[in-house]
Structures are given as structure tokens and as C-alpha cells.
Design a protein around this ligand. Sequence first.
Ligand code: FE
Length: 349
Amino acid sequence: MHIKMSAIKPSLLAAVTALIICAWQPAREIHAQESQQVNVYSYRQPHLIRPMFDAFTAESGIRVNAVFAKKGMLERLRNEGANSPADLVFTVDIGRLSDIQNAGLTQAVKSRKLNSAVPENLRDPKGHWFGLTARARIIVASKDRVAPGGIARYEDLAEPKWKGRVCTRSGKHAYNVALFASMMQRHGDAAAEKWLRGVKKNLARRPQGNDRAQAKAVAEGVCDVAVLNHYYLHKMMQDPKQRGWAEAVNVIFPNQNDRGTHMNISGMAMTRHAPNRANALRLMEFLAGERAQRMYAEVNGEYPVNSRIEPADAVRALGEFKRDTLALAEIAARRADASKMADRVGYNE
Ligand code: FE
């Protein structure tokens, strides 16, 4: 059997080539050691973080070489080992940060500036990672079908009154795993598992889709309450096709009369073999500082970790709320257990 080259469409070839290149852009500009530069691997999208890198370069004269990707960072760092040009990694969710830490790919950073800008519960006690922005895991409820005050706590999601009325994404997704881990820390394992069984029983459908898909499902009447990260409301409002999903729901910051709303972070870590350590530290301190925190809050709709900075107007409009101050390091330590708990209750089945 012959396979003619002409049988392979040029457009397909181009697409495959583009995919391979996009998976990890060649680190064309990255040279391991040069005095006035710092090398970054980022899961954060360029438009979310580039503006702060540019501001840092303008202020310091230090160039930021960034490689952006959607996956494979841990494997890449591991494969590169001591030869890795990366000084810093940027990612979302405590899960991904602690995975990189647990793989031994980070180093401890001691900085008074960082420690005063980033609250203690949003950084690793030994300085292996630091939060840069904070996100609230909120409950949304149908404006049509749920009276204001109808639901107020994560614990309520397991109440029989919500049978067949709850939507969430996969119970194995990092956002939910962290929430479940926080329930284990707050209530103990047995009570947390009982709760999760209750939530599972109340699901309107098998967990599916991303966070925005849960708001969409409420808007379409599939369910009445859902769990998602707060910044998706802001993003849906900016998209004409999704605006209706955001407008169909009321926002509830859970647990305001007790521990507060569960928070997660996007954050940064210095790599174990960072070749440009001093520059990397300068960039970290810049990003936690007031100017960058203000810029970051404007572009991505998250909460600054630096409490001296107000969030963007659209986010502030969601209202003041009490944050759960449970240390993310404690949540990170229970992630594996929380993930197993989701399996035990058959959450995704
Ligand atoms: Fe997200």
C-alpha cells in the first residue's frame, strides 16, 4: 500500500506543525545566563501577565523572557534538570504549584517584601510559592427559581431541598479538589465525606463542562444552583454570547456568617536551579508590589493578594465579603485525600 504525500493535505500538515510548535514555543529568546534578564515559564496566558512583565522591564531594565504553555511544565522542568533556563514559574491553583514543589523543582525564597505583601495563608511557609492573585469559589443561584438567602453555605449544597438542583464541574478538577480539601480541614474527613455524598446526590446531572458551563446550565434551567470561580462572571459579562448566563444568576459568597468563602490563588515559584536568582527575586517582589497588583487586578478580574489594593471596579461591584483564611498549604496537603474522597463517593459517575 502506498501513501502518497499528496494525500496529506498541506493544511493538515501546517496545523500539525503549528500544534507542535504551540505546545511549547521554542525558547528562542531564552539564554540561561545573562545579567539583565529573567526567564519565566507560564501557564498564565500572555495577555494576563505580559503587561506586568513589561512594566517591570521598564522600571528595572531587566528583560523578561517568557514561555507560555497550557501543559507540560512540570515534565519540562524535570527533563531539563539543572540545565533548565527557567527562573520562575507562574500557574493557577494551589494544586499545580504544590505539584511542582512536591517534585522538588522549586527553592525557598526569603524576602521581607514578599512576606509583607502576600498574606501568610496565601504563601508556602518555607517560601516555595507565593500567591499573586486570589479567586473566590462562589455559589450562583437562579434569579428566577431561588429566593435571595435561599442558600448561604457550601454545607447547604448537601441539603435535601436541593435534590436534583445542583450543577458542578468534575469533582476531580483542581478547583473542586481544593474546595473539598478545605471541607476536610474544617469538618474532619468523615463529615466532609458525608457532605460530598449529599452534594453528589443532589446533582442535576453528571459533573461536566467548565465553570462557565455551570452558569449556563442554571440559565437554561438544567439546575438551580452551581459552584464556580468568581472571575468567570466578569468574563461572561464581557462576552455577548455568555452575558445572559451571568445575568441569570445571583452571586452568593458562601459562609459569610462563619469561616468565610473558600479562596484559591494564582501564584509563582522560583525554580530549584534558577540561573538568574537575583533578577527573579526582583520580579517576584515587583509583582507582589502595589503597582503590579493594581494592574493585575484590572486585567484579570481577580482579587489582589496584597490587601492594600482594591480589586477592579467590576469585581468590587460583587460586594465585600469575608474570606476563609485557612492556609493554602494545609489545603495542598489534603488534595490527594480529597481527590480519593471524590472517587469514593463516585462523584463523577
Ligand atoms: Fe479558571
